[in-house]
Design a protein around this ligand. Structure first.
Ligand SMILES: [Zn+2]
Ligand SMILES: [Zn+2]
Length: 256
């Protein structure tokens, strides 16, 4: 399925058109999610539909309407406020295109906050730094994230074909307990500035090793693997394990 990630039980990285169904199939509850970090608004990462399902039925705000709403609402579970973080392209796809979902009028319990590259967001039990990724000709279309929680630091790097020097400097200034990176083009040798392949994955991991950002045993996950260029999991996982990578799969659970 398309790639999405949950950290603990309250943070989501991307919500694509498969994410809601994958979570349901795996018995993973999304009702405790309070933060959604959007990498970019390509449809395999972001779709409005499951977010729109958060809204309650429309109606007058009185006791009778509330009682009726409890029976006919598209949802029955009280949801905590969800803050959606994303770049301006994500804002245009979400809050600008569907203002009622984000301004309180649809009772969707959801708000949007725009992120800026290199500007660390500090919350009570979480901090994250958006890193501009090179993914499309539109500068700033996609962002990776450096996430910090509970004394651990994770680099979440998709979609990207690499980083400009200023953003690479940000990444190389940190030490990581885990890395999640896209490996879209797998065994393809065709150069792409928008995505990674096996060679680029290996070069990036070596760079992190050389700079002391990771150790040889630091978990390094490859995800966002396109089946047109990447072998099936049972072939690709052992191939990449020899090079220090763990190939992810739907429903994978990992602790760092
Ligand atoms: Zn993309
Ligand atoms: Zn993608």
């Amino acid at each position: 399925m398309n790639t999405g990630t949950m950290i603990d039980s309250d943070i989501l990285l991307d919500m694509n058109s498969c994410g809601f169904y994958t979570a349901a199939r795996l018995g993973v509850s999304l009702t405790g999610v309070t933060r959604l970090l959007v990498t970019h608004p390509h449809p395999d990462h972001l779709t409005i539909e499951p977010l729109a399902w958060r809204q309650e039925a429309a109606g007058a705000a009185d006791a009778a309407a509330d009682a009726q709403r409890a029976m006919i609402s598209p949802r029955f579970t009280r949801l905590p406020m969800l803050t959606v973080y994303g770049n301006r392209f994500a804002r245009e796809a979400l809050a600008d295109a569907h203002p009622a979902l984000f301004d309180g009028s649809a009772r969707a319990q959801m708000r949007f906050q725009e992120i800026r590259e290199g500007e660390r967001v500090e919350l009570d039990d979480l901090a994250f730094t958006p890193v501009r990724a090179n993914h499309t000709p539109q500068r700033g279309f996609a962002h990776s994230y450096i996430l910090e929680r509970g004394g651990k630091t994770l680099l979440y790097a998709l979609d990207t074909g690499g980083y400009d020097p200023d953003m690479l400097a940000l990444i190389l200034a940190r030490r990581y307990d885990g890395v999640v990176m896209e490996g879209t083009f797998g065994l393809s040798r065709a150069p792409s500035g928008d995505h990674m392949n096996r060679e680029k994955n290996a070069a990036f991991r070596n760079l992190l090793l050389e700079r002391g950002c990771i150790g040889a045993d630091t978990p390094f996950f490859l995800t966002h693997l396109c089946p047109h260029w990447t072998p099936p999991h049972d072939l690709y996982a052992p191939m990449m394990a020899k090079e220090g990578f763990t190939v992810a799969y739907d429903g994978m659970v990992a602790e760092i």
